[in-house]
Design a protein around this ligand. Structure first.
Ligand code: ADP
Ligand code: ZN
Length: 620
């Protein structure tokens, strides 16, 4: 153990990175974030999921005297983080409601003695009488606020307990406060700095592109079939399937169980115990798939999730980014598929209206505009990576990402786009610029609805002008025209209006390209059983067998130590073993993710397995 009172003074951040974590280089921004903590300068670090936030504050904790206090809202994650640290022989503990009174007293006592490098605490704890005094009696190195967006009213995950943190700066004016989060628009970032009273903070915003994720949006036609297509591309791999309602979760998980998949449900209607068991089974790799409502995931740290499927749209881009972002935390390729239908928006609007926590008009309005953005994401034919990165206030500099359905050419440009566009614009004009995309599309399609009859839109010259096309395509084109600035959408009800460019196109013509999905191509790709992109590695059967054997050993060790497998080694490290096949401890130590402790403690068992495998021993 490395207790708090003997900082690793002869070490540099770099040497500790190798010694404890087994990495040769820092990931982007990790080093500057570490330096801010060491310099005692307040900071806000925004890095995407998988960006390596925990290391940013765990590493400097080894170089400072005193205990680094980490405030984290996620009880389950605290235990994981502490287990991970203990596995690296870094002294750490947590204080939360899962400990009984005597365990809590013990932990506080050891903190006061300076036994811990890191102490994780729940935000509620800071509200408890006397806890601030306890902190003052001990030796605090710095404060870390994890999931810092929880402090912002404008964030998507506001937590009242985080308000207690507003007093932190006044109570400890000489201690650095360092905030971390994965999701923050510029407004939320400002909010975090103000709420925590950060002094001249060093604000570090990482690159939000997650190049290992492949994003794809599909119109929902047959949920079970579409979900199975994705699952079949990932046999024995981990995935999360999100549904809006509990009922959908129950149904879908039963159907998937019926098809022989190792799948479990997760939602707020299940008992605490069932939820905990199911979550643990997923973490421990006893289940491959979790079908869940949004209630699932905050405490999930399994890093080798290979796909996330949304069977309906989430209520905001922030939610989507966070939920889909649970794929590929290990930075290996993973897929994020979103199935949508216009009905999802209506469903969410109903849920929002009924919710008791609906709040003020202003909050309602914000929620609706976030929902519109989310539906925009689905409707537009625009690089998904670009959309997400720009949403979070960053420029996207590449012309194409190569990792989304739009950039991979899964859509084709329609012939005669200009004429179609003119028909749409003309219909918007004839309906007096008072209606939304669905209604305009229905008029163009020549549908018979009550609303059309009510406004006598069947009399219009544009009625039925695009009857040969599918309504979802017409809606998609309307969204593209909004995106290309030929139309604009009124924020609250989404009614469409022509822009000056739109009027010009209508009168004088011009160039417009409209796209639609290439249906054949997508289904051909799925028949081959592979994503229509490279990405997923093409390994030989022999390599695959070794990987599976290593996974089994990892699971066995995890069971012995009572921790989840990813705490032992990540998939990245196992794959390095398959590639490099180390047969001595010194080569083993060179693998990414193998630090000194793990090399000595776990190296021999993995080497023995690799050696035996190479020699063709039976049992594999
Ligand atoms: P976040 O909390 O930002 O989502 P994590 O702290 O879970 O990210 O780290 C994501 C993954 O990246 C983990 O598997 C971690 O071990 C790995 N990682 C962290 N720092 C480095 C590094 N410097 N080099 C390589 N991998 C790293
Ligand atoms: Zn793209």
């Amino acid at each position: 153990m490395t207790p708090a009172h003997s900082p690793e003074s002869t070490h540099t951040p770099h040497s500790l990175l190798k010694k404890f974590w087994g990495y040769d280089d820092f990931l982007p921004l990790q080093e500057t974030s570490v330096q801010a903590i060491l310099a005692g300068q307040d900071s806000l670090t925004i890095l995407p999921t998988g960006g390596g936030k925990s290391l940013c504050y765990q590493l400097p904790a080894l170089l400072m005297s005193g205990t680094t206090i980490v405030i984290s809202p996620l009880v389950a994650l605290m235990k994981d983080q502490v287990d991970t640290l203990l596995g690296l022989e870094i002294s750490a503990a947590y204080l939360n409601s899962t400990l009984n009174a005597s365990q809590q007293r013990d932990t506080i006592e050891r903190f006061l003695q300076g036994d811990y490098r890191l102490l994780y605490v729940a935000p509620e704890r800071l509200e408890a009488a006397g806890f601030m005094d306890t902190l003052r009696e001990g030796d605090v190195a710095a404060f870390i606020v994890d999931e810092a967006h929880c402090i912002s009213q404008w964030g998507h995950d506001f937590r009242p307990a985080y308000r207690a943190l507003q007093k932190l700066k006044a109570a400890f004016p000489n201690k650095g406060i360092h905030a971390y989060t994965a999701t923050a628009t510029p407004t939320v970032q400002d909010d975090i700095c103000t709420a925590l009273s950060l002094r001249n903070p060093n604000r570090m915003v990482g690159d939000f592109t997650r190049p290992n994720l492949l994003y794809r949006v599909q119109y929902r036609s047959d949920t079970l079939k579409q979900v199975c297509q994705v699952i079949d591309r990932h046999p024995n791999e981990a995935g999360i399937v999100y549904c809006i309602s509990r009922k959908d979760v129950d149904q879908l998980s039963k159907s998937l169980q019926g098809k022989g998949h190792r799948v479990l449900p997760y939602h707020a209607g299940l008992s605490d115990q069932v939820r905990a068991t199911n979550q643990a089974a997923f973490s421990n790799e006893q289940a491959d798939i979790i079908v869940a409502t949004v209630a699932f995931g905050m405490g999930i740290d399994r890093s080798n999730v290979r796909y996330v499927i949304h069977t309906a749209i989430p209520k905001s881009i922030e939610h989507y980014q966070q939920e889909a972002g649970r794929a590929g935390r290990d930075r290996l390729p993973a897929e994020c598929i979103l199935l949508y239908s216009g009905a999802d928006v209506v469903k969410w609007r109903d849920i929002m209206k009924q919710s008791d926590t609906a709040g003020s008009d202003e909050i309602q309005k914000l929620a609706l505009s976030k929902l519109f953005e989310m539906s925009n994401y689905c409707q537009r034919i625009l690089c998904r990576h670009r959309f997400l990165v720009e949403y979070f206030g960053q420029p996207f500099l590449k012309p194409s990402c190569g990792h989304c359905d739009c950039c991979l050419g899964e859509y084709e440009v329609m012939e005669g786009g200009e004429v179609i566009a003119q028909k749409i614009l003309s219909c918007v004009f004839r309906t007096r610029q008072k209606f939304g995309a669905q209604h305009v599309a229905q008029v163009l399609q020549g549908a018979d609805t009550e609303k059309i009859r009510q406004f006598q839109h069947q009399e219009l010259s544009t009625y039925g002008l695009l009857s040969e096309f599918d309504r979802k395509n017409i809606v998609r084109w309307i969204e593209q025209l909004v995106h290309e600035n030929f139309l604009e959408k009124e924020a609250e009800y989404g009614s469409l209006r022509l822009t000056p460019t739109g009027i010009q196109l209508l009168k004088e013509g011009g160039t417009v390209s409209l796209a639609q999905p290439i249906v054949q191509k997508a289904s051909k790709a799925s028949k081959k059983g592979k994503a229509p992109v490279e990405a997923m590695e093409d390994w030989s059967d022999e390599a695959q067998a070794l990987f599976e054997a290593l996974r089994r050993l990892r699971r066995q060790i995890a069971t012995e130590k009572r921790v989840p497998p990813y705490i032992i080694f990540s998939d990245v490290t196992l794959k390095e073993m398959v590639r490099l096949r180390p047969v001595n401890l010194s080569d083993f130590g060179e693998l990414r993710g193998v630090g000194e402790t793990k090399r000595q403690e776990l190296g021999p068992r993995f080497i023995e397995l690799i050696d035996g495998f190479q020699a063709g021993e039976s049992g594999f």
